[in-house]
Design a protein around this ligand. Structure first.
Ligand code: BTN
Length: 255
């Protein structure tokens, strides 16, 4: 943390060699009172967790596998905005550190070209209707080479090294991410979601595309047209009706 220059984010770090997943460790730390900005990171995860109960491949030394604890005083319905904020911060860090043309696929996958380089998993701990803390898990493929991906992932996953042709310092990346996150998070707490919404839209892979969505209640086809002021995805169907999508698995169709 020397020279990091942040007030909170990344000032306390738990660094492990091998863990099952950094997510439950971060929950334990948060429950025991870990301060906002605490990071839990590992060289390797043997049971990395992805969204929707999927596994997250986290081999030794090639990626950033970390969980960040934050304690925002925001109402529960605004917590998905923290995930969008995190995606914007990862995207901006990648762009600054590598110059790669990075995109965000709704809600929070980071893509380079048509391949995923980073996933974000946000877990909420709330008491009645108050946010107690959030654990934001970030999995970023940094220095993996093609042979590090199992066959089924090689078609859909990539790393910063594969895309840029250069090895990237994970420590430097994390430090820069912490600075960007702190600044963006402070702005969010003061000014709300509006500045993040514009930046998210500028990075968006999803907006303007035809999508097929499976939400809890229905199947929906249409064109993603933007986020509303709360960060909910807006999808316009063929009849011109605009639907709000809070959470769903998104499939993309040819334009
Ligand atoms: C996804 O795209 O499905 C989300 C992937 C999140 C992976 C990260 S790696 C660090 C943290 N620990 C985990 O077990 N998962 C998250």
């Amino acid at each position: 943390t020397a020279g990091l220059g942040t007030k909170k984010i990344g000032q306390h770090v738990y660094a492990y060699d091998e863990v099952v997943s950094t997510q439950p460790l971060a929950h334990d730390a948060a429950a025991k009172g870990a301060v906002e900005g605490t990071l839990v990171l590992a060289e390797q995860q043997t049971g990395g967790k992805g969204r929707l109960g999927r596994p997250w491949h986290s081999p030794k030394g090639t990626g950033i596998w970390m969980s960040l604890i934050v304690r925002p005083s925001i109402p529960l319905p605004k917590t998905p905005q923290m995930t969008l904020l995190t995606a914007v911060c990862v995207a901006r860090t990648i762009r600054e550190e590598t110059g790669l043309p990075v995109k965000i696929k709704w809600p929070n996958d980071i893509f380079i070209g048509d391949k995923k380089v980073c996933g974000i998993l946000t877990e909420l701990n709330a008491e009645s209707d108050r946010v107690n803390y959030l654990v934001i898990g970030i999995g970023l493929n940094v220095n993996s080479v093609e042979s590090d991906f199992p066959e089924e992932l090689a078609q859909v996953g990539t790393s910063l090294r594969i895309e840029s042709g250069q090895a990237i310092s994970r420590v430097r990346f994390i430090q820069q991410f912490c600075r960007i996150f702190e600044e963006t998070y402070e702005q969010f707490l003061l000014e709300g979601f509006q500045p993040i919404k514009s930046e998210w839209e500028a990075y968006s892979y999803t907006i303007g595309r035809l999508v097929t969505l499976q939400t809890i209640s229905k199947k929906l086809e249409g064109r993603a047209i933007g986020l509303d002021e709360e960060g909910v995805l807006l999808v316009e169907d063929e009849a011109g009706l605009v639907h709000k999508v809070y959470s769903a698995d998104v499939n993309y169709r040819a334009n």
